[in-house]
Write a protein that binds this ligand. Structure first.
Ligand code: ARG
Length: 578
């Protein structure tokens, strides 16, 4: 592992053990980047408390015990007891050299690969599909990609809403308009519009509403004709999902579909087991779990209803069946649920109930990766635009069209087809990156101009950085300049860039462990900035010293690799040129 923080941590921990005793061997040396040196060790203050001594004395003891000879210059004590560390340039260069030979680019290899179930995207068949689903798709996909790069086994689960009472009205509507009609086509292009039409008829009451209600019952009793139309409905919707996924470059396939309906055959037994184990009991005719620690108004225990008084099962029952399946059959070590913030209480209750039932053992971590809202310019949830329903595909097409004007201006010389491809990468990348660079539980405003800007923490800025390095590479090749095997690290800008590069592995690991793609975005943004400073200070092709030129080219190309790999973990494509 080339990361300096890790190397320094090891050295400091041996020093703690030597200076203060073996029980200090795993004290955190608190290594942080510093504006006064490359890093600072901030451990003295905490250790001083533990040892009941003065921080500066502790710092002196650490200094006497620590061996950083090959890594850094002798540290200096500053302020109350900070240790300022300046790494040896030669050490950084050697680490960068190792990094450029590492196919994983410094990503850690796990001691034991984990099986991680990532539940994400999960739109609803012919129900209001909103821009929130775009976000659960984009964030979940990046989490899945990141964990795979970290050597884990990822099982994607697309828990689509393909069951429940709305299907009565949807089936009746489909029957009425005809399965081959233009209205049915809407399921493939704008399911929301299909849903709204069915809903309007249902709300008008009368005969349609009565038929819709009857249809729910016949469907749930397993009636062949109802199931056939239901299958058709789901099939049409899947085509729509896949169009969105293709457009987005999401890694979800049909094999990852595990919709609510898949758990149907298990719901009865789930309820039976919960009741038999005394986890659930009948309350007001409904079978409920009262998970420990959840109270509603008047401090009354809050029920998680697993079987309604009419015998029907709901969202919670399905999720309990899903947890059990994921742990027992899929062998999950961790489960991440990438779902809107609004469902926080649901998941907390489901997780607690599943733990009480013994279906989610303590050692299996379950996390609700809360997804914030996408807002319109008016600060309200982006749902409709000028009253009409917001089509997700139209939104993405608009992003690509806007990116097209950017690239047309930037590179009118490129052939039409190539500009179209680049516009796609920039437009889609821009939208995805805006999602990913915001903390997943924060809201953000959908603002195409900002998403597609060539400056700031945006996809186009990073894509442009990659394109620039690739252009240098092409010119170098044309001039017969070959990159050195190891990057050259000498001046300050080169040091700073190399240090950034060494941070890729740890950052990826952090982003994967905490399910926080925005950390990776922030990292890539500073990396691209460090590259810009480097390129300003250290000319490559214009450099007359051959060794220097080749060494800098190697540093630039290592930067390209890391940027491309990082963008790939986000699911953002980097065009060859821009
Ligand atoms: N279909 C749900 C929705 O649109 C999300 C499902 C999330 N996953 C889960 N296991 N409940 O809100």
């Amino acid at each position: 592992m080339p990361a300096p923080e890790i190397a320094l941590t090891e050295r400091f921990q041996s020093a703690f053990a030597a200076a203060f005793g073996p029980e200090y061997a795993d004290a955190d040396p608190i290594i942080r980047p510093s504006q006064f040196a490359d890093f600072q060790c901030n451990a003295a203050m905490g250790l001083a408390k533990r040892l009941g001594r003065k921080p500066r004395d502790i710092a002196a003891d650490i200094l006497a015990a620590v061996d950083l000879e090959d890594i850094a210059e002798a540290p200096e004590i500053a302020g109350p007891g900070f240790l300022n560390i300046r790494l040896r340039t030669g050490w950084i260069a050697a680490q960068a050299g190792r990094l450029s030979e590492d196919p994983l680019l410094g990503a850690p290899v796990p001691e034991r690969a984990e099986t991680v179930v990532v539940d994400y995207s999960a739109p609803n068949v012919a129900k209001e599909m909103h821009v929130g689903h775009l976000r659960t798709t984009v964030v979940g996909d990046s989490i899945a990609r990141t964990l795979e790069k970290l050597g884990h086994t990822v099982i994607r689960q697309n828990h689509i809403g393909d069951w429940g009472t709305p299907f009565g009205m949807l089936i009746e509507h489909l029957l009425e308009v005809g399965e081959d009609s233009a209205e049915a086509e809407l399921l493939k292009t704008d399911p929301n519009a299909f849903y709204q039409a069915a809903r309007a008829k249902f709300d008008a009451g009368g005969d349609f509403a009565a038929r819709a209600r009857r249809r729910v019952a016949t469907l749930q009793s397993g009636d062949g004709e109802s199931l056939r139309i239901w299958t058709d409905l789901v099939e049409l919707s899947k085509q729509y999902f896949h169009r969105v996924y293709d457009m987005l470059g999401a890694t979800l396939t049909d094999a990852d579909l595990a919709g609510e309906s898949t758990y149907n055959p298990l719901l009865e037994i789930v309820c039976k087991d919960l009741e038999a184990d005394g986890i659930a009991r009948i309350s007001d005719g409904a079978l409920c779990v009262f998970p420990e620690g959840f109270t509603g108004r008047d401090e009354q225990p809050l029920p998680l209803i697993v079987r309604k008084s009419d015998g029907g099962y709901g969202y919670a029952t399905t999720d309990l069946a899903a947890v059990r399946h994921r742990v027992r059959d899929l062998g999950a070590d961790r489960i991440a649920y990438v779902v809107g913030t609004a469902q926080e209480l649901h998941f907390q209750m489901v997780f607690t109930a599943a733990r009480e039932a013994g279906w989610l053992p303590e050692e299996v971590e379950a996390t609700h990766v809360k997804i914030g809202s996408v807002l319109g310019e008016d600060g309200k949830i982006l749902r409709t635009r000028s009253g009409a329903s917001l089509r997700l595909l139209a939104l993405l097409e608009e992003a690509v069209a806007a990116a097209r004007t950017v690239i047309d201006e930037l590179r009118p010389d490129l052939p039409e087809q190539e500009r179209a491809q680049i516009a796609h990468d920039i437009g889609i990348g821009g939208v995805k990156y805006a999602d990913l660079s915001t903390a997943h539980d924060s809201d953000y405003t959908f603002d195409l101009d900002r998403m597609l800007a060539l400056t700031g923490n945006t996809a186009p800025y990073l894509q442009y950085a990659v394109a620039r390095i690739r252009s240098i590479g092409r010119k170098a090749e044309a001039q017969g300049i070959v990159a050195a095997t190891a990057p050259r690290v000498e001046n300050d800008a080169e040091r700073a860039l190399a240090l950034q590069l060494l941070d890729f592995g740890p950052t990826l690991a952090q982003a994967g462990a905490a399910y926080e793609p925005h950390r990776l975005c922030a990292y890539l943004f500073s990396l691209a900035q460090a590259f810009t400073s480097f390129y300003d200070a250290s000319p490559i092709l214009k450099e007359s010293d051959e060794g220097l030129r080749a060494g800098r080219l190697a540093l630039a190309q290592l930067t390209e690799k890391v940027l491309v790999e990082g963008l790939d973990a986000l699911g953002v494509n980097a065009p060859q040129q821009m």
